[in-house]
Design a binder for this molecule. Structure first.
Ligand SMILES: NC(=O)c1ccc[n+]([C@@H]2O[C@H](COP(=O)([O-])OP(=O)(O)OC[C@H]3O[C@@H](n4cnc5c(N)ncnc54)[C@H](OP(=O)(O)O)[C@@H]3O)[C@@H](O)[C@H]2O)c1
Length: 286
């Protein structure tokens, strides 16, 4: 395929540093996510057509103008979802989808907290949950990040880099979604008894050791998940992406405008994401 937009993700930063938990080859040609058009077919390919608009979220070495995409990793774009939107919501949206639907299992009226709520996963996850009648709270570092989250229907956003407020949230939530990592103890303390922390990333640094006996004493649970275990066939990618796209086609989710860098300026894009300057998605344009 010819890429129109390439998604930059935290996993690209972990890979570049050589500390990605599922691959540790270093140095590493980056990129995993992109959207564009099929321009050539392999000799054995009969199902797909040149010209189709597609997305992929798990094809390595995709910081490139042309990417060889295995057939089962193709996700077709429906009318109404263009390449820019697809690359902005693909990997993070499918993550939000499995977190909410495979791990969250909320009931209407649940109260949840999301750390890094203005990020790519946080924006989509919060709106999926709000659309299901869940009350969503979260943390963010800058006023414009907080304002973005509030504009999507989040009830209250706390300052992520200060902690004078966190004692007030002890024992308040049915679930806490933690993609920051180093905040894991705080996340556990925010739970009601029988609550669940859903740990899914370490944008802020590796998580501390958790005392399982303390969890047991209050019937708290810790769940984790990696998108790669939820996308294991063409069919699964298709079903999950259709559910994700339907939120956008039905105007149930909005996202902030992605920040776009030229692919040739990849270093600037990495620095920007790593410094936490982004609100939502960072894209690379070949
Ligand atoms: N498990 C999976 O399958 C899966 C899939 C995709 C992503 N992830 C993980 O999900 C997390 C969020 O990814 P994303 O794509 O949404 O990234 P993102 O858009 O950059 O959001 C990450 C958020 O983390 C916070 N953050 C960043 N650096 C931090 C630091 N040094 N200290 C504290 N907070 C920091 C930022 O919030 P503030 O600046 O507002 O505090 C930012 O909004 C990452 O850990 C990523 O690895 C996991």
């Amino acid at each position: 395929m010819k890429t129109e937009y390439i998604g930059l993700n935290f996993a690209d930063i972990y890979r570049r540093r050589g500390e990605y938990h599922i691959e540790n080859n270093k140095p590493y040609i980056n990129g995993y996510e992109g959207a564009g058009r099929i321009v050539e077919l392999g000799l054995a390919v009969i199902e797909h057509k040149i010209g189709s608009e597609i997305l992929f979220v798990d094809v390595p070495f995709s910081n490139a103008e042309y990417v060889a995409v295995p057939e089962d990793k193709i996700i077709y774009l429906p009318k109404g979802i263009n390449a820019k939107l697809a690359a902005s919501i693909g990997l993070q949206g499918l993550t939000a989808d499995f977190l909410a639907h495979d791990l969250g299992h909320h009931k209407e009226g649940d109260q949840v907290f999301i750390s890094g709520i203005s990020g790519g996963v946080g924006q989509i996850l919060s709106q999926i949950l709000i659309s299901e009648g869940v009350s969503v709270f979260g943390s963010a570092s800058a006023d414009k990040k907080k304002a973005a989250a509030l504009s999507f229907g989040v009830k209250e956003v706390f300052s992520s880099r200060e902690n004078d407020w966190n004692a007030g949230l002890t024992g308040k939530f049915d679930a806490v979604y933690d993609g920051v990592g180093k905040t894991l103890n705080q996340s556990v303390s925010f739970l009601k008894n029988r609550g669940r922390v859903i740990f899914f990333g370490m944008a802020g640094g590796n998580p501390p050791q958790i005392n399982l006996v303390e969890l047991l004493a209050h019937s708290k649970s810790l769940l984790t998940g990696d998108l790669w275990d939820y996308l294991i066939s063409f069919k699964e990618r298709e079903q999950r992406s259709q559910r994700l796209f339907s939120y956008f086609l039905n105007n149930k989710i909005q996202i902030s405008e992605p920040k776009i860098f030229l692919l040739a300026e990849g270093k600037k894009a990495h620095d920007y994401l790593e410094a936490g300057k982004n609100i939502g998605k960072v894209l690379l344009k070949p």
